[in-house]
Write a new protein. Structure first.
Length: 446
């Protein structure tokens, strides 16, 4: 084991020397017209690549296979073949089991037949398909909004929307646990940015009192259901604070749609708040709706600004018609069959109760579709995921930098289609494996 470690360190030293050598050579005795050394074109000398090599070597020392990019055979249902063997799946956000639902598949196939696969141009210039308008009308209605706009990616929706709405005269205040796409959008916008402690409304209120006057517009970004922690903010408090300070509120419902509220309309329905009190609703088509893409819902003026200005919409192809049709059909089923939402809620509560009873640390989780089991550091989470995989259960590790290093975790997604015995089995197996995880890590240290 120590040999492997020594080999790893020597490899990294060599790689580092190679890069330093390249820099020195470029500036010293080498004639200007000499061809660049081959290493200058070698991406494996970049620090990011070296960090990956380091992680891989550490995983090898623990005898772990990579949990990432595993081959899944079939739609993301509770049971499917992963890497060639049957597994229980807790790694997909097919919350209401609508990905692969026969009506959804038929709607996508019909759209493909009648409207083509790709829009083959930006909607601004290449025109739209009936499916775009139907989907956006349905999404606007779900959020009680005047209008909605669908984008080809959920991540790009946040990035391009934030970058379009705010600039350096403005301020974005985002919850510490907000999704990467919110942070990236805020960065790209060039606005001032502040990250507030998770769900700390007093901090938010006080800071707004101090800085509101220094900015033209202020946008507060939160999630309806936090994707790493499985908890929700207090929407009434946020609305009251943003109203008093004259700020916009943006709520990312990527994980709230289909999960929160009796009919799955999200946090506003769950907490009894008029959705029109929120300026910007964001959601994705890739979770409950089992398709791919993202959307913004809000006032007609907001949507007009985005559809004529947001680079990720104007300069990007329109959402593929089969995806628009699939998402619209899934939304229709979600509203028609609230028993799916109820089943999901019961499963979420069941998972939380079972995990707590087994002594697992579920952090802030509230018993919804997302429950983390916090394990403390990246290696512990990664090894637990590996042993679970070997035991026939798929739950992925979430490690630094996605979460702080000491809060590395396994994240379990439950759906309406899991049954309680599957949940019990997963929780019991994890609880049984944790001592083995710790023994292996102790052996490595010793
Ligand atoms: C809260 C949140 N917002 C946005 C996104 C991006 O959505 P997509 O994966 O559909 O691009 C995600 C992705 O998981 C998410 O969790």
């Amino acid at each position: 084991m120590s040999e492997a470690r020594a080999a790893l360190i020597s490899h990294l030293r060599e790689a580092h020397r190679g890069r330093a050598g390249q820099r020195g050579a470029a500036s010293a005795d080498v004639p200007k017209d000499a061809p660049a050394p081959a290493a200058a074109f070698d991406f494996s000398t970049l620090p990011r690549y070296q960090a990956m090599t380091l992680h891989r070597a550490a995983a090898d020392m623990l005898g772990m296979t990579s949990p990432f990019f595993r081959l899944h055979d079939g739609p993301p249902e509770p049971e499917l073949a992963i890497d060639g063997a049957p597994r229980l799946n807790f790694a997909s956000y097919n919350y209401l089991g609508l990905n692969g639902h026969p009506e959804v598949v038929a709607a996508a196939a019909e759209a493909m037949r009648t409207q083509g696969i790709s829009a083959c141009a930006s909607r601004l210039v290449g025109g739209e398909r009936p499916g775009h308008r139907a989907l956006e009308a349905a999404l606007a209605a779900v959020h009680g909004a005047e209008s909605a706009l669908a984008f080809v990616s959920g991540h790009a929706t946040n990035v391009t929307t934030l970058a379009t709405l705010v600039d350096r005269e403005d301020l974005v205040l985002m919850d510490q646990l907000s999704h990467n796409s919110i942070g990236e959008g805020a960065k790209l916008s060039g606005s001032h940015r502040l990250v507030f402690p998770h769900n700390d409304y007093d901090w938010l209120d006080e800071r707004l009192g101090q800085v509101r006057g220094q900015h033209r517009n202020v946008l507060i970004a939160v999630e309806g259901l936090y994707s790493m922690d499985g908890d929700s903010p207090d929407l009434a408090r946020l609305v009251e604070i943003k109203d008093r300070h004259g700020a916009w509120l943006m709520v990312d419902e990527a994980h709230g749609l289909g999960v929160l509220g009796p009919t799955g309309r999200g946090i506003a329905e769950a907490q009894g708040i008029d959705p029109r009190r929120v300026e910007i609703w964001m959601g994705t088509l890739s979770k409950t709706l089992g398709a791919c893409g993202g959307y913004i819902a809000g006032s007609q003026a907001l949507i007009d600004i985005l559809r004529f200005n947001a680079p990720g919409f104007v300069y990007s192809v329109g959402l593929a018609a089969p995806l628009a049709a699939a998402a619209a059909k899934a939304l229709e089923i979600m509203l028609r069959e609230p028993e799916r939402v109820a089943r999901l809620r019961a499963n979420g509560q069941h998972f939380l109760a079972a995990a707590r009873a087994a002594g697992l640390d579920t952090g802030h989780a509230q018993g919804t579709a997302v429950t983390p089991v916090i394990l403390g550091h990246s290696m512990r989470a990664a090894l637990a995921s590996h042993l679970l995989h070997e035991a026939g259960i798929s739950a992925l590790p979430i490690i630094y930098p996605a979460v702080p290093e000491k809060l590395a975790r396994l994240r379990f997604f439950v759906t309406s289609e899991h049954v309680p015995s599957q949940i019990d089995h997963a929780v019991a197996t994890l609880a049984r494996l944790i001592p083995e995880v710790d023994a292996r890590l102790a052996a490595l240290r010793g």
